[in-house]
Ligand binder design. Structure first.
Ligand SMILES: NC(=O)c1ccc[n+]([C@@H]2O[C@H](COP(=O)([O-])OP(=O)(O)OC[C@H]3O[C@@H](n4cnc5c(N)ncnc54)[C@H](O)[C@@H]3O)[C@@H](O)[C@H]2O)c1
Ligand SMILES: [Zn+2]
Length: 371
């Protein structure tokens, strides 16, 4: 299966190509972008086999290329790595018209995108995402960032890629835990505004996680099309449309912060538990039928993702979790917008949520270590 989806952003429009085995054929897409100079490929050390495939394809097509291999992990999205990467790209001789390739998960994509936003006041870059999360979410839409002591993604820029190449077969080497975490972001698109896709996930999610290539390609194409539509409607997150992508993230980030960003709870796991809590809270507010919230939790349990505080290993009090939310960068003038749901596929942005009420709701949830 091969799919091509366009992100419609006027002069900044770009195609996303989704095709199993695409890495072998990447030169078809990359060679026309490459002038006589060297094409820089930035990646992390866990991607050696895929880097070898890409470099072999480029070299066979006569495209000179050079790899920059960074350490894997969230800590790579740092000032130190950004500075070192910019220096290396300048040494290689990257010019404004050149295209730098980001081969990796969201960490590599976010860092390379930001470096390319500022290198010579902006050069092009191509996303070649290799985690399910990056394939369905972070590689599309142009949000780039690094982390600082004050928090995640606080320094960054909007900088759209020139092209996104998605090869679902690279997921064969991705650890199951990372795959599941990315799957939470896939399901999120169904929960936001697409109940038929949520039903598809209920029927095919287990097969997707087990490796079914058709299920993987279908889900990626469907999720990417949804993200492309949302980004085209609200590129810079100003009219509320793009904010829908944060479903489950306000609760999720609080759980991640409580778990300590140590790897005990990875992002997609926080998002899964966070979606279950957003639906649970919507039920508590009388907005959503309990059956819909129960379906969300049941699906997370079916595929081995956490469906709430207990499964996410969180024992903290409601007040402590809400304290993490107060540091959210979306907090403005004392209120935090929440994504709530009137049902599956019926998510909306609610600016009237009282954090004390959220704390009371969280205190009533079963939690780790509490009978
Ligand atoms: N820009 C956006 O719109 C956006 C959206 C969501 C998330 N993000 C960012 O994305 C980051 C998380 O991305 P992620 O979940 O992809 O994490 P990641 O990039 O850290 O990748 C997860 C792990 O998998 C390894 N890996 C990647 N591809 C592999 C493969 N094919 N085979 C084997 N191992 C592989 C990596 O080396 C890493 O150890 C966070 O920093 C988050 O803030 C950005
Ligand atoms: Zn996310």
């Amino acid at each position: 299966m091969s799919a091509r989806i366009e992100v419609e952003l006027g002069a900044r429009s770009y195609p996303i190509v989704i095709e199993a085995g695409l890495l072998d054929r990447a030169a078809q897409h990359l060679a026309p972008l490459s002038p006589a100079r060297t094409m820089a490929i930035v990646t992390d050390a866990n991607l050696a086999p895929h880097l070898a495939t890409l470099q072999a394809a480029l070299t066979a097509a006569g495209v000179r290329n050079e790899a920059i291999v960074l350490p894997p992990g969230e800590a790579t999205k740092s000032w130190t790595q950004l500075a070192a990467l910019c220096d290396r790209l300048l040494e290689i001789g990257v010019e404004r018209g050149d295209h730098v390739v980001a081969l990796g998960g969201g960490v590599i994509g976010d860092l390379v995108g930001f470096a390319c936003a500022i290198l010579k006041r902006g050069c092009h870059f191509v996303q070649v995402p290799t985690t399910l999360l990056a394939q369905v979410d972070s590689s599309v839409g142009g949000k780039t960032a690094i982390n600082t002591r004050a928090g995640k993604n606080l320094i960054g820029a909007f900088h759209q890629p020139a092209l996104v190449l998605i090869d679902p077969s690279v997921l064969q080497t991705l650890p199951l835990r990372e795959l599941r975490a990315g799957y939470a972001e896939v399901v999120k698109y169904g929960l936001i505004d697409d109940p038929a896709f949520f039903a598809w996930c209920e029927a095919h999610g287990a097969a997707l996680l087990a490796g079914d290539p058709d299920a993987r390609s279908h889900a990626i194409a469907h999720a990417v099309a949804a993200k492309a539509r949302i980004v085209a409607a609200d590129e810079h997150e100003t009219n509320g449309t793009r904010a829908l992508l944060n479903l489950g993230h306000t609760f999720g980030h609080a759980l991640e912060a409580e778990a300590g960003f140590t790897g005990a709870l990875i992002h997609g796991e926080g998002v899964a538990a966070g979606c279950a809590l957003a639906f649970g809270y919507s039920v508590a507010r009388g907005l959503c039928a309990p059956e819909d919230a129960a379906r969300v939790s049941a699906h997370w349990r079916d595929v081995g993702l956490p469906d709430g505080l207990a499964a996410a290993g969180i024992a903290a009090s409601g007040e402590r979790l809400v304290a993490h939310m107060r540091h959210d960068k979306k907090m403005t003038a004392g209120t935090l917008p929440f994504l709530l749901a009137r049902g599956i596929g019926r998510t909306y942005l609610d600016k009237t949520v009282d954090l004390t009420d959220v704390a009371t709701f969280l205190d009533a949830q079963p939690r780790a270590g509490v009978a």
